[in-house]
Design a protein around this ligand. Sequence first.
Ligand code: NAD
Ligand code: UDP
Length: 313
Amino acid sequence: MKRILVTGGAGFLGSHLCESLLKDGHYVVCLDNFLTGTKDNINHLLNNQHFELIRHDIVNPVYLEVDEIYNMACPASPLHYQQNPIKTVKTNVIGVINVLGIAKRAKAKILQASTSEVYGDPDVHPQTESYWGRVNPIGIRSCYDEGKRAAECLMMDYRRHNAVNSKIVRIFNTYGPRMAINDGRVVSNFIIQALQGADITVYGKGTQTRSFCYVDDMIKGLIAMMNSPDDFFGPVNLGNPWEFSILELAQKVIKMTKSKSKIVFCDLPMDDPAQRKPDISLAAQKLGWKPVVDLDTGMETTIEYFNTALKLS
Ligand code: NAD
Ligand code: UDP
């Protein structure tokens, strides 16, 4: 049994990861400051004797003895990180230094949840790991994009200078049950609007693209990367390469929910990437990983989840 720390463990991805690691027979320490995550996401794990919850902010140092660390702590939706931009940078720099400090002292392996946002508004398509990106350093997304780029830099410098066994995954848009109702991300927004019969808010003309990965596939990818040989440390893209325009997604949600909602077109936010699709050949080659859940199947489960969540809220 390994002792595994999941920072951001009460969030969307973190809670699924905690669940999966417990199922695999490990002892899980979930650390979260509940900035965007919630106790509801992990309530069902609290009675498990191999599960421990610590309310803590990684911007402050913490001393723990663990074998592995998944560093998931960071607000992920543009709405949330733009509401707290300075905190977002602190989490990705001071917070990451603190978590790397645990890894260094405890000689723990650490996996950093990086993001497709390190590619910015890309002029290479699909995005490969060798592409250095096109990021606006002073825009409204910079706190997240540059924060995550700094976090990658720290992972590599601790590896080179302090012999920390660090690994980096670049996560592309992932969706599924336990996304926060109010987080403003496109999948949750569209489903909630459709279920409530409200207008579906497509930003810009809806021609921008994203590729959506179901949460179960993503969790398998994260664990596969952690368990991969030490000489493979990434960065590696994880995501579903099936690319859709945002307008297509809106139409799909209306159809699947049998909603009477109308599509309305709103202003496109600053620096919104025009296209995004992962090249996952490295993950396939090194991890033997590829996503298996198609968008219709994943959306069905997610719609069901929000249907129940809305009734309870
Ligand atoms: P989320 O907001 O649901 O989860 C983030 C969790 O981190 C929350 O529980 C939050 O309370 C916690 N947190 C934030 N700042 C913290 C701090 N300073 N100290 C302790 N806890 C803190 O988001 P998510 O979608 O689950 O994303 C998890 C990770 O994966 C993030 O690092 C995100 O950048 C990365 N990621 C996610 C996606 C995606 O599509 N879901 C895409 C790319 C990258
Ligand atoms: N988007 C939209 N309507 C919404 C929310 C998002 O059209 O109500 C668009 C957004 O402009 C972006 C895409 O959907 O082009 C994905 O947005 P999200 O916030 O989910 O994540 P991003 O990939 O931009 O970080």
